[in-house]
Design a protein around this ligand. Sequence first.
Ligand code: PLP
Length: 374
Amino acid sequence: MKLFDVYPLYPIELVKAQGVTLWDKKGQAYTDLYGGHAVISIGHSHPYYVAKLTEQLQNIGFYSNSVIIPGQEKLAEKLGQLSGYPDYQLFLTNSGAESNENALKLASFHTGRKKVVAFKNAFHGRTAGAVAVTDNPNIVAPINDTSHVSFLPFNQIEGLEEGITEETAAVIVEGIQGVGGIQVAGTDFLKALRKRCDETGAQLILDSVQCGYGRSGKFFSHQYAGIQPDMMTTAKGMGNGFPMGGVLIAPHFKASYGLLGTTFGGNHMACAAGNAVLDVIKEENLIENAAKIGQYLMDQLSLFTSVKEVRGKGLMIGIEFEQAVGPIRDTLLFDHHIFCGYAGKHTLRLLPSLAIDQKVADQFLESLTQVLKA
Ligand SMILES: Cc1ncc(COP(=O)(O)O)c(C=O)c1O
């Protein structure tokens, strides 16, 4: 059998990883400023994380959600404390799309409404509901195309009053658009969304799959705006590579047996990963580190004359160039052995582990200087 060929691949086979470093099978080392697409939050193969997952696997790897899984309650408790949402409830899933799927469903159950407002250039995942609120017709199959969703301009307050009505079940927005090119949702915009949702009863969902879990320099990027959503969705950095996601749900949502469900969500191994990640984030002050190193990088990058714009918060950084970014990214990877991401044709995306230090930041800045000079 052949693989279903949907991913364009770099000719690189990684065999080992530690902290911010990756090694391929020829022994070549790489610096990882991409974090496997914002997934590696505490660094690759962190010894505490490895020990906790190993210990869990030696005890029990999996049982279904029909029994008590103590790691779930521990995770909910720690996540509530560290994120500043101790009175919210947690539903555990396996991915970002599944988290958004469940949040949309919950908003619809709660309000009895069908309509959803999303935003231009949004990306929320590829499952039916998540892709329907994603602004990319190329990945929306006819079966996912629905008239229930409308797309409003991102970061524009004008038009929210007409766009969000008493028929709207949910408003879903990324705190910082990732695939859309690292566009930060402004404070006034988020406040206006909160206000309009309060006026209409629509439920505000902050998709924090990419920008959450400390990446922005706060646990959730919307905390810069001082608003409280009705739900936040997470995944990526939550398990540092172990597939898991979650929906943080405000107290006014009432749970009932069977309302939501999943076979794998919140399994023993996922909880071991999720708890280890939160322990390390707290113990090593990684949120503060993300804010500090992120600010340093953004300050330095804004001094580059050949950079058109630097956007982001913490360690979620977009560097926009006039020229196409593909060759810059490839030279960084193949000549300087640095992994970066991209968004669109002109924006380089940095999504490294929250544990990177200034030395790594300086190494990147030096390499970028050389690439742009060449
Ligand atoms: C903001 C956002 N939401 C949702 C998703 C979907 O997450 P997953 O690929 O885990 O389903 C992504 C993935 O890139 C994302 O960036």
